[in-house]
Design a binder for this molecule. Structure first.
Ligand SMILES: [Zn+2]
Length: 1093
């Protein structure tokens, strides 16, 4: 069958989602909502009147340039749009039969609770109910007690940490370091030779290349201009941007290559009018050590910068001009300009979406939104030889429950009735736009495996003259990329509908946890947070039940049954064989047991205030939660708040094995591996029960994140780490993380399966999950932030005609206890020419894949080998392009494909990241933590994590909603007269130049004097001036886009903290030996030349 024959027109199931309005989503940036989750299912109340015909897609002039370039065969909906007959179609969306419209699904749309107010008084002021404390005198040595006993003498308080933690430096950061060598002499406001801003020399040299739809034959090599300057004609819809390749000049010491006067992009292609020329079309100046730097962007005239870092001095007498190599900022800005203004419609197969840094709206017209699925390549090679030759990874980054911005329609809920969702008989793919109906509508042929399946009588519908069902646009499953199915009992574990899930809070009450304040903070916060448990209908109370456990080296369970006057504690001190000492009264409804729960939460901090118990267990804590869920026969989530290495005698006991001497050796991998197998076994049991574990760590020293993280990362959970937690400076971050974590949308007991067309299959998976076979990704919990990256390999040939199809189906239990399927469909093009592959890749997604691949490889290989193989693969990718797609030119030139021109700079950021090339100050726990964190990141998160966002605040226009254009992550780009905001998804820094304008400082800090700025502040003063307001808004909106709350750090230039900040200036040489961008590019060039020779 040919999916291209399926017309796809814009069918916006047009209504904005009721219930979505009003949900505050400050600063939505295509990523996360701050908390809560999107409305799930709007009733499809779109009978005729609501049906809106989309733009005239599929015939005639297409709305976007990209479409205009596309040859007919690559449209995803090339047939004339279907029109009138369906204008008045019956809204059969959720009905089982075509003529029996049903009411909309019963699920109501949802709006979102506001975040609970910050609980101001931390634990120290928490009120304790006077009466009940008495009955709480302490844990008893055995189960079944009520409380009147003094705290049970505990193990020797021998190992008290001495003194307060050293600093409040955030956990992921290196500790305090030696003062930096003096910054080299600044030359502020230097005005160097003007560099290209936007206007480029007119592009010359390339003969006009009209589009040849369906053009076959070798790419341009045969007919290119002397310089390999552009790709072949667009046989398919490549990015609608200039196709200039990127050619670097001869490296120092090599004979100069031709200079790029003749280098150019192709002439504007049809439909390309209006795109600004690419900055990087012309490289080629080699200049001496930079005397200074003038910003490459208009409006940034004054970025004086110190001379090139002395560190790079040994390199060569001449160095590449950083302005002549591809600039991430320029690429990001070009994409915003080119793709940010129009909605991205998903009806065109193989069309690469805008970059993650571009704000855009998505319209689902038959393929999943890029918010759900991003691919490394939108033009897959037809066969494995091509794939192998190019070395371009074929992968998709899938975020099944991604939140959508308010102006996009969440997936509809489809109900096929008692027989369940309609599927292909053979491969079991779910009904989707890639199924081709035939025989008057009685059968359909599967787009994945070609098998023909009978249409159930109650789903029958006639076909129109184009072969399409006349109800096509009334049914999300026939016309949209993403939707949900209601399932039947057959889709439930043990053929039984699930119970509503439960949340269990397990709080470490050992000495360290009490002392650092977390016990009090958690208990205080839960009193309000419990009112904001996830729910699908805002008007109805959450179905989720809650339970509470505290622990040190023993566990305390609490009976909080509504009928009790006071909570009751039951102690389990035999942790070797964990069991739950009570069933009735442990898991309760918040509203029913509110009084008892509040009483408990008031008393816990008081009860353990004077504890001298320093030892903790950890394995039994998770076991306890797991057993409780088992006993209640439900799935759920454990929230574990833990402070120290679990050294108490118990299953899963750990020892301190931190050994930095292993770093860089062949044994380094053992540091990333769990030290005992206990947690792997436990994780497997948790997955079987649907028990997801979220771990909040508050360590003052090594806690072995690599081992403690096994269960969270195998169950779809999250790890949060607050090293040297101090309430005054870290509480805000922790509480925001906790609130978001508790409130966010989450599915339980999830199984994800990715089906593909014959010819390729999903072979490898990356993320936080468990797999007991080679196809099913099992996630005890799947929340709206989690992604799974899937790699595909050929097992046969693909055809250009049909493209490559994938369908991701996630079966999960919703927070209300319904068993559902989330379906995402994605079709990409296939190509028999390498040039087409290289024209339609997405580098940010490739980097996401490479990072995850590399971060997993450190478990089995020395980091040096991992780095080397990354460099090698990247070099092969670029060498293959050079050899097969670029025209012959001097070996002294580096030629990069347009859509991969940032591959070297981003890859270098991965290579020198703390996991792969740590500085001496990066702890093993930090590396394990980051390794696990990256494994679940989506593309937007991995992008900003590896290439932080750096904003020059002196350019901020308070009158405008627009942000100033970012600058490249290099010290050279910083002006001593400026103030910059840097964020990477985990941290926000405010860097203040020593000569920052007084007015700027006055507006931000309320003082004109640099020396008066307090570097310890974690929030900016709320000053009554437009600049202060706008800046604080920006910080809030940046925070709202990320899944983790970012603490603000103020860094004064030349202060000791500046070294930490400089770690994030990723284009520069790093302390740990990581290469600068310029140096790495030269290195990459050398590697490519070696491969080609
Ligand atoms: Zn099939």
């Amino acid at each position: 069958m040919n999916v291209n024959q399926q017309p796809h027109m814009a069918t916006p199931y047009g209504q904005p989602q009721p219930g979505y309005q009003g949900y505050p989503q400050p600063g939505y940036g295509g990523d996360h909502v701050p908390s809560g989750y999107p409305a799930q299912y709007a009733p499809y109340n779109g009978p005729g009147s609501a049906y809106q015909q989309g733009p005239p897609q599929g015939k005639g002039p297409l709305p976007t340039e990209a479409l205009a370039q596309a040859p007919p065969h690559s449209y995803y909906g090339a047939l004339p749009p279907v029109q009138q007959p369906f204008q008045n179609a019956v809204p059969t969306f959720s009905s089982a039969g075509p003529t029996q419209p049903q009411a909309p699904p019963p699920v109501s749309p949802q709006s979102f609770p506001q975040a609970p107010p910050i609980s101001q008084p931390p634990f120290s002021t928490a009120q304790v109910h006077p009466g009940p404390t008495q009955s709480y005198r302490g844990p008893l040595p055995s189960t079944q007690s009520s409380f009147p006993r003094p705290p049970h003498p505990t193990s020797q308080p021998s190992a008290f940490p001495a003194g307060p933690p050293p600093t409040s430096i955030p956990s992921q950061l290196p500790g305090v370091m030696q003062p930096q060598p003096p910054v080299s002499q600044p030359s502020p406001y230097h005005s160097g030779p003007p560099t290209t801003s936007t206007g480029f020399p007119p592009q010359v040299g390339a003969p006009p290349r009209p589009s040849f739809p369906g053009m076959q034959g070798p790419p341009m090599a045969s007919q290119g201009p002397p310089m390999a300057s552009q790709g072949p004609p667009m046989a398919s819809q490549g990015p609608p941007m200039a196709q200039a390749n990127h050619i670097l000049p001869t490296q120092p010491g090599m004979p100069p290559g031709p200079i790029n006067a003749s280098l150019s992009g192709p002439p504007p292609q049809p439909g390309m009018q209006g795109y600004p020329p690419q900055q990087n079309g012309a490289f080629g100046q080699v200049r001496g050590p930079q005397p200074g730097y003038t910003g490459p962007y208009p409006g940034q005239p004054n970025y004086g910068a110190p001379p090139a870092a002395p560190a790079s001095a040994p390199a060569a007498p001449k160095r590449l001009d950083p302005d002549s190599i591809p600039s991430p900022i320029q690429v990001i800005e070009d994409d915003k300009a080119n793709k940010g203004s129009e909605p991205f419609t998903t009806g065109v197969r193989g069309q690469a979406p805008p970059l993650v840094t571009t704000k855009f709206q998505v319209k689902d017209q038959g393929n999943a939104s890029p918010r759900y699925i991003r691919c490394t390549a939108y033009n897959m090679p037809c066969n494995s030889d091509m794939a192998k030759q190019s070395q371009v990874p074929l992968a998709a980054v899938i975020k099944p429950l991604a939140p959508l911005p308010p102006d996009e329609t969440p997936p509809y809920l489809v109900d096929h009735g008692e027989s369940g969702p309609i599927r292909c008989n053979r491969c079991k793919a779910y009904l989707c736009p890639y199924m081709q109906f035939s025989e008057g509508g009685r059968r359909f042929q599967c787009g994945f495996c070609n098998c023909v399946t009978e249409v159930p009588p109650n789903y029958f519908q006639h076909l129109d003259h184009t072969g399409k069902r006349v109800d096509c646009y009334d049914r999300p499953e026939l016309s949209m990329g993403s939707y949900d199915f209601m399932t039947t009992v057959d889709y439930c574990k043990n053929n039984k509908f699930p119970q509503p899930p439960a949340f269990i809070f397990l709080i470490d009450v050992s000495y360290n946890a009490v002392k650092n304040g977390t016990v009090g903070i958690v208990c205080q916060e839960l009193k309000t947070l419990l009112d904001y448990l996830p729910r699908e209908n805002p008007d109805v109370e959450s179905n989720i039940r809650v339970g509470f456990v505290t622990y040190n080296k023993v566990l305390h369970f609490y009976n909080v049954k509504a009928s009790l006057a006071q909570p009751q504690m039951m102690v389990v001190s035999d942790v070797a064989d964990m069991f739950v000492p009570l069933l009735d009264g442990f898991l309760v409804s918040v509203s029913e047991s509110r009084v008892v729960i509040e009483s408990l939460l008031d008393q816990i901090p008081e009860m353990f205030a004077d504890t001298r118990e320093t030892e903790t267990v950890f394995g039994p804590v998770i076991q306890a939660g797991l057993e409780a869920l088992k006993a209640a026969d439900c799935a759920g989530k454990l929230f574990v708040f833990h402070s120290s290495l679990p050294i108490a005698e118990a299953p899963g006991k750990l020892k301190n094995r931190e050994d930095k001497k292993l770093v860089g050796t062949d044994k380094e991998k053992t540091l990333f591996q769990p030290q005992v197998s206990f947690y792997n076994t436990l994780a497997k049991e948790c997955v079987a029960q649907g028990c997801c574990v979220d771990l909040f760590l508050f360590p003052n020293q090594y806690v072995d994140v690599a081992t403690l993280g096994v269960v969270p990362t195998s169950t779809g959970g999250s790890i949060y780490k607050y090293t040297y937690f101090q309430a005054p400076s870290d509480q805000e971050r922790f509480l925001n993380d906790l609130r978001r974590d508790v409130q966010k949308q989450v599915g339980f007991d999830a199984v994800m399966r990715v089906r593909t067309s014959t010819g390729i299959r999903a072979t490898d998976f990356f993320g936080a999950f468990y797999m007991s076979n080679t196809t099913d990704v099992e996630l005890a919990g799947l929340d709206c932030d989690k992604t799974v990256t899937v790699e595909f390999r050929h097992d046969d040939k693909l055809s250009e005609e049909t493209g490559a199809l994938m369908q991701c189906a996630v079966l999960y239990t919703s927070c209300s206890g319904q068993r559902r399927l989330r379906i995402h469909n994605m079709a990409v093009n296939c190509c028999s020419q390498l040039a087409d592959l290289y024209r339609n890749c997405e580098t940010d997604t490739i980097i996401n894949f490479f990072a995850k691949y590399a971060y997993r490889s450190v478990l089995s290989s020395p980091t040096k080998n991992v780095r080397d193989s990354l460099v090698n693969q990247c070099a092969q990718i670029l060498a293959c392009y050079r050899k097969n797609c670029a025209s012959p030119s001097s070996a002294g030139q580096l030629i990069l494909p347009e859509c991969m021109k940032l591959l070297p700079v981003y890859l270098n950021c991965v290579l020198k990241s703390d996991v792969l090339q740590p500085g001496a100050d990066v702890s093993l726990d930090d590396r394990a933590y980051l390794r696990q964190l990256v494994s679940t990141m989506d593309v937007a998160e991995s992008h900003v994590f590896f290439y932080p966002h750096l904003l020059p605040l002196q350019k901020l226009d308070v009158e405008s909603m627009a942000l100033p254009m970012a600058v490249r992550d290099s010290e050279e780009r910083l002006s001593r007269g400026g103030v910059y905001l840097l964020e990477n998804g985990l941290n926000i820094f405010l860097w203040v130049g020593v000569s920052a304008q007084q007015e700027l400082l006055q507006n931000i800090f309320g003082t004109p004097a640099f020396s008066q700025i307090d570097p310890n502040m974690t929030s900016l003063p709320a000053l009554d001036n437009p600049f202060s307001k706008r800046l604080r808004e920006i910080i809030e909106s940046v925070r709202a886009q990320r899944s983790r709350y970012m603490k603000l750090m103020v860094v004064k230039q030349e202060d000791k903290l500046e070294l930490i900040f400089k770690h994030f200036l990723v284009e520069d040489k790093s302390n740990s030996g990581g290469a600068s961008y310029v140096d790495f590019l030269c290195h990459m060039h050398k590697e490519i030349r070696q491969l080609l020779s």
